[in-house]
Design a protein around this ligand. Structure first.
Ligand code: NAD
Length: 466
């Protein structure tokens, strides 16, 4: 393992997928590598962690409290982050500066990958080929050719788990919203508005200016899909999930209009996606104002979605790892579907009828909903709404956990028990396609059809090797 720091040349050559870097090949196991067992004698999954940077350290904090897995090895090209990652997970994972050495270990069943986007495909590919199960942060892949190549590769490695870090799929709030849609409680869902508004330049301090691109990779198209990949990817996935399909097309406008600091990714994006039945996702992300004009959730800033149907609306957010949700009913909801009429649905209580129109009801999965004399009026109302939901068959989970912890544990359980993850390959590839096509629509200022992804990037993938 190299003990020195990483200079820019090494960074380019080793890591961030720049064409022309020297070719190097993962030490191949003879023949097709066996899928790692995923079952150590005590059922614990042995894993390696690649890229303990900012996100990686958050994941490691959660992983340090999850018994289903054990970190045997950790890799980063940046020694400072490698050290922090090892401190965060505790125990004594073996440190590496070259992920291929980590992948060559036979005792590692699975890997977590939290490197910059431009590196996702390369490391995921090498991990699958080394027989590992893969958890990769969102957005799963960067380029159209990687969408096709990973689909083909995953088919060859169908026994290995591939999961993408779209944690809203693991949130009880979002699951509940999805169940409400399935039960017809929102009626026919036609529009979703989503926003992620921040006030800040998104830059990280750089001690050595030669490391600017390495540290601030998000600012540069060579490594990053910008706001679409870093933020919208979560919400494009939410809309696909709630609508139950991918969009047909996307139009959008983006610009570098506020932060004129050398970045070449947009600092504001506005997108409209059309889904097969004419439903629309209307999307905003800006970086000079964190106000949340579209999502009405008290105390929640920056990020959220509004899901609108002809019988009701849900405002929902995963703000700093904590779910929030409000549910409003439509005053004049039409008769709808097999769930019966909206009126029938709402005969449960007078306060539900009235309050649900004007003030909305909090969606509170996981809080106990037994009423007692000690409860305030509001508290009783909340619990009543919850019980009513439960009576309609909308599951009310027992406890609230950070969905990031849930997704990580779920990955390990999927590896251990040969299960399919919720945020699986298809979810990840659909999401990545959405990001790629969103940027294309803004760059070319035209309506981009989702079917275009099938003809994009069909030439073989060229990998930079470090
Ligand atoms: N799911 C979420 O909510 C969420 C939140 C933040 C970030 N992310 C994703 O996590 C990923 C990482 O983001 P970040 O903010 O932590 O970036 P970061 O730059 O802070 O961390 C990335 C780490 O990977 C290391 N690295 C780069 N190339 C490497 C290589 N070839 N081998 C080993 N290590 C390498 C870097 O040195 C760095 O330590 C991105 O894909 C990002 O989109 C997801």
């Amino acid at each position: 393992m190299a003990k020195d720091g990483v200079n820019r040349r090494e960074f380019v050559a080793r890591g961030l997928g720049v064409a022309g870097a020297a070719a190097a090949v993962l030490p191949r196991l003879k023949g097709a590598p066996a899928v790692q067992s995923g079952k150590s004698p005590n059922g614990t999954v042995n894993y390696g962690f690649i890229g303990p940077g900012s996100r990686g350290q958050q994941l490691l904090q959660h992983l340090s409290r999850i018994d289903a897995g054990r970190c045997l090895a950790m890799c980063d090209i940046y020694p400072e982050n490698l050290k922090k990652g090892i401190q965060t997970i505790g125990g004594k994972p073996e440190p590496y500066h070259d992920y291929r050495e980590l992948l060559a270990r036979k005792d590692v069943d699975a890997v977590f990958i939290a490197v910059p986007l431009s590196e996702h495909f390369r490391i995921t590919k090498d991990s699958l080929e080394a027989g590992k199960h893969v958890f990769c942060e969102k957005s799963l892949v960067f380029k159209p050719e990687e969408v096709h190549a990973l689909r083909a590769l995953a088919a060859e490695h169908s026994k290995q788990v591939i999961q993408v870090g779209l944690q809203r799929r693991y949130s009880q709030f979002y699951q509940m919203a999805r169940q409400m849609i399935e039960k017809g409680l929102l009626g026919r869902v036609t529009h979703i508005q989503a926003q992620w508004h921040r006030n800040g330049d998104w830059r990280r301090p750089v001690k050595d200016k030669n490391l600017e691109e390495q540290i601030n990779w998000r600012m540069y198209r060579k490594y990053s899909s910008g706001l679409a990949g870093e933020l919208a990817s979560h919400q494009i996935d939410v809309a696909d999930w709630m609508f139950g399909s991918s969009p047909v097309s996307v139009v959008g406008v983006g610009g570098i209009d506020y932060w004129k600091d050398g970045r070449d990714i947009y600092d504001n994006i506005q997108l409209i996606y059309t889904y097969p039945k004419g439903q629309k996702l209307i999307y905003h992300s800006i970086t000079n104002n964190a106000h949340m004009p579209f999502v009405g959730l008290p105390g929640v800033r920056e990020v959220g979605e509004v899901i609108m149907g002809d019988a009701g609306t849900v405002h929902i957010s995963l703000d700093k790892g904590t779910g929030h949700g409000m549910w409003f009913r439509e005053a004049n909801a039409p008769k709808y579907g097999k769930a019966g009429t909206a009126k029938e649905n709402w005969t449960a209580g007078a306060t539900v009828m009235e309050g649900g129109i004007s003030k909305g009801f909090p969606i509170l999965p996981g809080r106990e909903f037994e009423m007692s004399d000690a409860d305030s009026f509001i508290s009783k109302e909340v619990k009543y709404a919850k019980r009513w939901l439960y009576s309609k068959g909308v599951m009310v989970p027992e406890e609230i956990r950070d969905p990031v912890a849930v997704e990580l544990e779920d990955f390990l359980v999927c590896v251990r028990d040969n299960k399919k993850p919720k945020a699986d390959l298809q979810v990840g590839l659909n999401d990545s396609s959405g990001v790629i096509l969103s940027n294309l629509a803004m760059d070319e200022q035209r309506r981009v059809m989702y079917s275009e992804i099938e003809t994009m990037g069909k030439q073989p993938v060229k990998l930079a090797r470090g």
